[in-house]
Ligand binder design. Structure first.
Ligand code: HH2
Length: 282
């Protein structure tokens, strides 16, 4: 299986890929305000790459539960100065975490390789047309509702069936919009319109997403469900996130989005070394 676009390409099976998170927002739930200065943001991106990030995912709008929406112009003002430099300076592909066609298009024009769309539940094909035209990578994430209200009594018939079914349907819609399957990575959207039980069920049955025949991305880094499981603050959630990532990698997940690149890479490389040393059955 391949995940590729005009500016990048990965062939699977291969060691799991790690996306380093770089939020250039004032209000992201864990790194909000830290990288608003473009110079500091670029420095952080170089550090994440040195730690082993395979891609850098830049975000200019917080999507934490209850976050205020951001206008196009404001999001562009946040991300463009950073994306411009990252596309020139980094050797790894840059991804833009946005739901806005205008932001995606401007960033693709600047050299971004991947659009990471947490709003693949929207019925707005404008973004899909842009992804098709630029032949970029596309991460399609499941969300129920929108960030403003998504955590108000999220409801599913069967969360795993529903999310797998949704993503299956989306693959058809993407193809109708001119996006080839090779461009697409799928994401169950941990924490996006999901209760604690929903998140745990999705993780417990994450192997079910293999039926979609596309690479799967998981974002668990510092998320609040870990706080609910462990009773700890955002800064203390790394062990829980690593447990989830290793579990998911052992069940076929190939991409991990994280703020904590070095520990995540180490955990994944250790799992891969162990898996490689399992003696084949004679
Ligand atoms: N999670 C967040 C943002 N973008 N993209 C994908 N594909 N999957 C995720 O799970 C995901 C995502 C939320 O994390 P963060 O960027 O740290 O926070 P905020 O939205 O507050 O900026």
């Amino acid at each position: 299986m391949r995940w590729c676009g005009q500016r990048f390409g990965f062939q699977f099976p291969r060691p799991a890929l790690v996306l380093g998170v770089l939020n250039v927002t004032p209000d992201s739930f864990s790194d909000g305000g830290l990288y608003r200065d473009p110079g500091r943001a670029v420095e952080r991106a170089h550090q994440l790459v040195a730690e082993g990030a395979d891609l850098i995912d830049v975000g200019g709008e917080s999507t934490r539960p209850g976050a205020d929406p951001v206008e196009d112009a404001e999001e562009l003002a946040r991300v463009v100065p950073v994306v411009e430099r990252l596309c020139r300076e980094l050797k790894v592909p840059v991804s833009i975490d946005t739901r806005k066609p205008s932001v995606a298009e401007r960033c693709l024009d600047l050299g971004v390789a991947v659009v990471n769309d947490i709003g693949a539940n929207r019925e707005d094909p404008a973004l899909w047309r842009i992804v098709a035209r630029h032949q970029s990578g596309y991460v399609a994430m499941h969300m129920q509702g929108d960030p403003g209200t998504m955590q108000v009594r999220p409801k599913y018939r069967d969360v795993v069936d529903d999310v797998v079914g949704f993503l299956q349907g989306r693959l058809v819609r993407f193809q109708e919009s001119g996006i080839t399957p090779d461009q697409v990575v799928l994401d169950p959207g941990i924490g996006f319109g999901k209760s604690l039980d929903h998140n745990l069920s999705l993780l417990a049955h994450i192997d079910r997403f293999q039926s979609l025949a596309r690479p799967v991305l998981l974002g668990v880094s510092r998320k609040s469900f870990l706080g609910r499981v462990l009773g700890v603050a955002e800064t203390e959630r790394l062990p829980g996130a690593l447990a989830c990532s290793v579990w998911a990698a052992s069940r076929g997940v190939q991409l991990f989005r994280t703020h904590d690149v070095a520990p995540t890479v180490q955990a994944l490389r250790t799992l891969e070394a162990l898996s490689a040393s399992i003696a084949p059955v004679p």
